[in-house]
Design a protein around this ligand. Structure first.
Ligand code: M6R
Length: 613
């Protein structure tokens, strides 16, 4: 949720930190801060100006003293304590020498705070983080070096953390540690970095290393060494990072969201690339699970959050239809708390763009604890989810920066449908000819998505006429239902308008009471088998005064007579339609959000990666 960055041995410490923070803003952005540390001196600046915090921090830092070779920086998404400057990180101990940044939650901070207060420590914030600064202060006073002080302090805390700690009495050293929250270390000659995400140090660091849970790293200009909680040396695994800086930039678009919407054909294409063996078998090179294990699967459970959850809903239809396995989809944050049943042969699939969403990670941990085999679908190579699962399939959507997820969704559906076809291939529930036909259909999706993108002017024209609307219902049937859910999520998160997604058949069971003139109903009508039924639903809402926008195929000759606006898409097999039909809905949300003056990349109250429960 929060973003962290640290650097030691740099000749442009402040510029490195500020650039890193700017790139981390999408993780959390109600406040920001830096601390520069040299022998005996800590200089700190913090701002709490919402999404403008990093810009404000840059101004604050205009008068920063020079000559600091090391420092840490943080973008905060408030959990404990209001988004105010005194709660912004870095936090200091009583002496002002120890500085700490933290992503995560210290669960036992209240008892630690009381205990530390009793021993005379003075707190200047209401955050959970500050207790660690004071614990380190005590341990330093009793003679431990910074590495051991942090190590012993962490033995006292419960919860999730990625932290970086400095001490002006041991300058040019950062001690960083991780439990649950993500953390990477980077190196270049004479300079060492630590960050919550790779983009923060991309272009500066030339090598990247993953820090695992309960590992503590001491960084100095000459490099780093890592230990476990007992102090035993551990080796950090080097990561293969093939992004260049440009990947993280907007590439000529006004914002990341429009860039990422436009990248969807490439995202699907890349995800499908190289997935066939010469003998026709569908293969996933990175999947560390044997065919026999896949054949042994009796039941599938998908766990995910937000947009990834909607991709999982689509996958349920595909896996059940093609492989005849029973599939359950669960909200990740609910899964672990409902005493889930894991029988022999249960395959759990955790779906997450970032691979760092804590709810999804905790859900797969619970599944593993109960004996399930777990496959991760992740967009980030070596993400926590990918590392912890028994097997992984990577979507290859590329870095997604915009908080509103777009290209990750289409890539996830593509990857999950390929997996569904692989299961069907192994279980022989589809013939080789059917598999061929479906794979060919999947491969046509990128072109269909590109066709829809070429029609964005049609969507803009509709959006211009609806800028006064305040209530939206998205409806669909079969896989049109998860498409409707995802369309509603996109609209609500970036426009802040009321939007709900419904299975069209459910309308009559309550929501129809809310339909009246002024309400917009967006109907996904592309499935030929469901066409009659969804047209009836459209008639029901029209009769009650709603304005209807239909997403309809190019071949649909009946829709113009019943809908107020029609957004056309190329026809495809219904199973592939969510990847195509979602595009006009993303564009509609985008266009309305821009028309309403919203910040589409950084919607209020949201963070790109949710690393707290
Ligand atoms: O990284 P993940 O796929 O695990 O993220 C899950 C959700 O937090 C994410 O999809 C969120 O709902 C997006 N803001 C939706 O646009």
């Amino acid at each position: 949720m929060c973003g962290i960055i640290g650097v030691v041995g740099s000749t442009d410490t402040l510029a490195t930190l500020l650039q890193g923070l700017q790139r981390l803003e999408y993780r959390g952005y109600d406040s920001a801060g830096v601390a520069l540390v040299r022998a005996g001196h800590t200089w700190r600046a913090r701002t709490a100006e919402g999404t403008e915090s990093v810009a404000a921090l840059r101004r604050e830092c205009a008068d920063a003293p020079e000559g600091y070779r090391s420092g840490i920086g943080h973008t905060r998404w408030a959990t404990h304590g209001a988004p105010e400057a005194e709660n912004a990180h870095p936090h200091l101990d009583c002496s002002g020498h120890v500085a700490i940044i933290h992503n995560g939650i210290i669960e036992n901070h209240t008892e630690l705070r009381e205990e530390l207060r009793e021993r005379g420590h003075v707190f200047t914030s209401v955050t959970d983080t500050e207790v660690v600064a004071h614990l380190v202060e005590e341990l330093r006073a009793s003679g431990f070096d910074l590495l051991d002080a942090v190590r012993h302090a962490l033995a006292r805390v419960r919860g999730a953390f990625a932290i970086a700690v400095m001490d002006a009495t041991e300058p040019d050293v950062i001690v960083a540690a991780r439990r649950i929250s993500p953390l990477v270390v980077g190196t270049s000659p004479g300079v060492t970095y630590v960050a919550s995400d790779v983009p923060a140090i991309l272009g500066r660091s030339t090598a990247f290393y993953a820090v695992n849970d309960d590992e503590i790293v001491r960084l100095g200009p000459e490099g780093f060494r890592a230990v476990d909680l007992e102090g035993a040396p551990v080796r950090l695994r080097q990561l293969q990072i093939d992004w260049d800086l440009e990947t993280a930039e907007k590439g000529g678009f006004d914002d990341f969201m429009s860039k990422e919407i436009a990248e969807q054909p490439a995202a699907v294409r890349a995800t499908l690339l190289d997935r066939r063996h010469r003998d026709g078998a569908i293969v996933f090179d990175e999947l560390r699970i044997s065919d026999q294990e896949l054949l042994d699967v009796q039941r599938v459970v998908l766990v995910a959050c937000g947009t990834s959850l909607h991709a999982a809903h689509v996958a349920k239809y595909a896996i059940e239809r093609w492989s005849r396995l029973s599939v359950e989809v669960d909200i990740a944050s609910e899964y672990r708390y409902r005493d889930p049943i894991v029988e022999i042969g249960t395959l759990v699939i955790g779906v997450s763009q970032s691979g760092e969403t804590i709810d999804t990670i905790q859900a797969i941990r619970e599944a593993q604890r109960r004996g399930a085999r777990v496959v991760a679908i992740s967009n980030i190579v070596d993400s926590s989810l990918a590392r912890e699962a028994d097997a992984v399939i990577y979507t290859r959507a590329g870095l997604e920066v915009s908080v509103a997820s777009t290209k990750a969704f289409v890539a996830q559906v593509a990857a999950l449908e390929l997996l569904a076809l692989r299961l069907a291939q192994l279980r022989k529930t589809l013939t080789p000819e059917e598999i061929e036909r479906y794979v060919a259909g999947l491969n046509e999706v990128p072109d269909h998505v590109a066709t829809v993108l070429d029609r964005r002017d049609d969507v803009d024209a509709v959006a211009r006429q609806l800028l006064d609307a305040r209530d939206y219902f998205f409806i669909g049937r079969h896989v049109g239902y998860p498409t409707a859910l995802e369309g509603a999520l996109k609209l609500k998160e970036i426009t802040y308008l009321h939007a709900e997604g419904y299975a069209a058949g459910e309308l009559k069971h309550g929501p129809l009471a809310l339909i009246e003139p002024g309400v917009i109903v967006v109907a996904v009508t592309t499935d030929p088998l469901m066409h009659e039924k969804i047209l009836s639903n459209v008639a029901e809402v029209k009769a009650r005064g709603a304005t209807v926008i239909a997403v309809a195929t190019d071949e649909d000759g009946r829709i113009d007579a019943v809908a107020d606006f029609v957004l056309r898409v190329p026809a495809s097999d219904p199973m592939f339609s969510p990847m195509i039909d979602i595009v006009p809905l993303q564009l509609l949300a985008y266009s309305l959000a821009r028309g309403l003056g919203r910040n589409v990349d950084r919607p209020r109250n949201l963070a790109k990666t949710v690393t707290v429960e």
